[in-house]
Design a protein around this ligand. Sequence first.
Ligand SMILES: Cc1cc2nc3c(=O)[nH]c(=O)nc-3n(C[C@H](O)[C@H](O)[C@H](O)COP(=O)(O)OP(=O)(O)OC[C@H]3O[C@@H](n4cnc5c(N)ncnc54)[C@H](O)[C@@H]3O)c2cc1C
Length: 434
Amino acid sequence: MSSPEPAAPGVVIVGAGLAGGRTCAELRAHGYEGRVTLLGAEAVPPYDRPPLSKGAAAPTTGDLGFDFDQLQVDFRPEVTVTGLVGASRAADAALRVRIAGAGDVAAEAVVVATGATPIVPAGWSTGPTVRVLRTRTDALALGELIDVLGPRARFAVLGGSWIGLEFVSRLSAAGQAAVVIEKAAWLLPALPPEVGRQVRHWCAEGGIEVRLGLPVDTVTSAPTGVTVDTAGEQPLHVDAALVALGAAPAAGWLAETGLGMSPRSGALRVDQHLRASDPRVIGVGDAVERWSPRYRAWLPGGHWQDAMDAPAVAAQSVIAAVADAGPPTVGYDAVPYFWSEMFGHTLQWTGFLTDYHSARLVVRGDMAGGAWSVCWLDENARLHALLACDRPRDAVAARKAQAADLSGSPEVDVDALADPDRPLRTCLVASRGG
Ligand SMILES: Cc1cc2nc3c(=O)[nH]c(=O)nc-3n(C[C@H](O)[C@H](O)[C@H](O)COP(=O)(O)OP(=O)(O)OC[C@H]3O[C@@H](n4cnc5c(N)ncnc54)[C@H](O)[C@@H]3O)c2cc1C
C-alpha cells in the first residue's frame, strides 16, 4: 500500500456524521496511513440520528463510538466549511477546503459527507415553539418543549412524512394531542397511497388528527402559541409546531466549484465509485445523489444504511485518488433500504420504484390487522419494491434477492407470493444473479 509523505495534506472529510465517521474508519481499515482531518459543524462527535425521532424521551445517548485518537484522525468539531477551491480545474490544481474566518485547509482528496438540513420554506421562522428535528440539539429542545408545555399542550406537525409521523407517534404514546397537516392527498406521499391510508388509520387509533390536502402558507410563533395559516381554512392555533417537510442535501457550499450537482435536489452527483466529476472529490451519505448502474438512475441519499455501507467503497476511491492510481475496482450499487418505527410497528422498505401507478400490487397478510407486506411488481412479475410491516423476514428475503439480481427486480411466483404463509424466499422463480 503506497502512502503519502507524512507532511502531505492527506484527506479532508467534511461533515462529522455517520458517513464522515465511517469513512475515517474505512480509510484506516483499508490501510491508508496518511493524514486524515475530519471537520464537523456540530460540537459533538458523530452520533446516530434515527433514535432522535423514535425515543420515548429526549435521547441523550447514541454516540457512534468512533475512537478518533486510535484512528489517528484530527477531528475538529464546530468547524463550518463554506467552500472548496481547486476542484474541477486541472488535476494538478491543489484542493483547498475553505473554513469561515479561519483560512483554508489543503487536501489531496476531499470527502463530502455533510448530510442534509431540514427544509423550512422562506418566510417561516423557527423559534422556541416552532421546531425542526435533525440534530441532537433539536431533539433535546423538543423534549424540553414537551416537558415545559405539559400534557395538555397541542402540537401541529407540518408534513406527514417519516420524521413527522414518528414524532407524532411518540406524542400519541404520551397521550399528547396533535394534528398532522399534509398538503398531499395521503400520508407518506413519497409512497403509494395504500401505505398512507394504513398509517392514517394508526393515527386515528392513536387519537391523532390528520388533515390532508391542506398546504400550509405560513407559521407564526407568538408568546401565546403558534398560528398555522393554511390555504382556504381558518387559522389553526396550537401550542407548538414541528416543521417536518423533509431534508435537502447540505451541499450548497459546493455551489461555486463547477462539480456536477443534481438539478432536482442540489445534491453532489457521484458515480458508482462515489467520485464526483473531479475524482479527487468523493461523496457519501445524504449529501449526494449516486449513479446506479443497476437501475440506470440517480438515487438520492437520505437513508442510514447508505451512510453506513457506502464509506467502505468511498475509502477505496479516496485511496485510489491520492495514489493517482486510476479508477478503483469496487463500486457501490446497493438496493435502497430504510426502516421506520411508528405506532408500535416496524416498517422496512427495500427496492426502487419509479412508477407505482402502473405497478401490480400484491399484499401479503391483512393490512387491516396484524403484520403485512406490500409488494410492487411489474407486468413480468418482477419484484421492484416491498414494504414490510412487522414482517422482517419478508424484508430480509426481498432485499437479498433484489441485491442478487442484476436489475434489482427478481422474478416471483405471484400466486405463491400472495400467500402470506409461504416464506418469501420460496416465491422466487430464478435469480439473474451477477
Ligand atoms: C430524526 C431522524 C430520524 C431518522 N430515522 C431514520 C430511520 O429510521 N431509518 C433510516 O434509514 N434513516 C433515518 N434517518 C436518516 C439517517 O439518519 C441519515 O440518512 C444519516 O444520518 C445520514 O448520515 P450523513 O453522515 O450522510 O449525514 P448527517 O448525519 O446529517 O451528518 C452530516 C454532518 O455534517 C455536518 N455539516 C453539514 N454541513 C457542514 C459544513 N458546511 N461544514 C461542516 N460540517 C457540516 C452536519 O452538522 C452533520 O453533523 C433519520 C434522520 C433523522 C434526522
